[in-house]
Design a protein around this ligand. Sequence first.
Ligand SMILES: Cc1cc2nc3c(=O)[nH]c(=O)nc-3n(C[C@H](O)[C@H](O)[C@H](O)COP(=O)(O)OP(=O)(O)OC[C@H]3O[C@@H](n4cnc5c(N)ncnc54)[C@H](O)[C@@H]3O)c2cc1C
Length: 293
Amino acid sequence: MRIADRLCQGGTPCFSFEFFPPKSEGGVAQLFTTLRELADLAPAFVSVTYGAGGSTRQMTVDLVSAIKRETGIEAMAHLTCVGHTREELAEILERLRAAGVDNVLALRGDPPQDQATFVKPVDGFGHANELMEFIRQRDLPFGLGGACYPEAHLESSGLDDDLAHTRAKVDAGAEFLITQLFFDNAFYFHFVERARKAGITVPIVPGLMPITNIAQIERITRMCGATMPMRLRLALEKRKDDPEAVLQLGVAHATLQAADLLANGAPGVHFYTLNRSRASRMIVTALQVQSVG
Ligand SMILES: Cc1cc2nc3c(=O)[nH]c(=O)nc-3n(C[C@H](O)[C@H](O)[C@H](O)COP(=O)(O)OP(=O)(O)OC[C@H]3O[C@@H](n4cnc5c(N)ncnc54)[C@H](O)[C@@H]3O)c2cc1C
């Protein structure tokens, strides 16, 4: 199944869930428990991230095919340019094809922890659009997705510059885009409006990360540059000694965000789950009961 086809069908909103490859066998077992818990919600697809290096990279390929095989849920592999030559990327893509994977989220990738900035690999690629062009030139049959940034990517010189680079990804073959997480829907609506004016017609799926832990969300927003609205920040601060109250607020906020996004034209919602199902399950269950969208 090509994810873009499902996104373009209209009708029921597409809910999708993102996971990262666990480092231990226990983590893999936990991930499959999470997947089984989420399967009842009939996700349109799930996706597995690609690490900045090390053993979890092979795990992405293995997990995506295992998820498809064992749960029947459509699973998309993320793939990044970090540390790979063209030849290595071609091999990974061949492995994905052989494993029956239909969709790839093609990214430049974040640098490994010991590197401050992204370094273009020798005989590799410097940007996501180059990886996409490479995939299309090789005539690989993947449905292709790309990342986009309603608040602009941290390294870009501004909204217009970043939008031009997003357009380059679509021109290179991206059939849909998934946004970086955000907490204020105005960023998404403004981005979609500007993208449409810039000739980007592909589905733009909002990515939401339900807040479940204050320290974790502070670290993640620092890393990706997402703005936390002051009222939400203050409400979290008030609950900082009560983890359950933090989760309840995070779920309530993301539910309201998702309902508003779907009611105003978003084709679905992609949840950054951090390999846990509770928050996403609560949100999607509420949305499905309400038939929002
Ligand atoms: C939905 C989603 C999933 C993600 N999954 C992963 C993952 O699995 N693994 C991981 O490591 N990271 C992941 N990331 C993070 C992502 O890798 C980082 O945000 C990374 O810094 C940029 O990746 P990109 O594909 O957007 O890069 P690019 O599109 O290459 O953009 C990177 C920067 O370069 C600029 N740029 C883009 N194209 C050009 C060009 N042709 N010429 C000049 N400048 C250009 C952009 O404006 C931007 O500032 C994900 C992000 C999102 C939103």
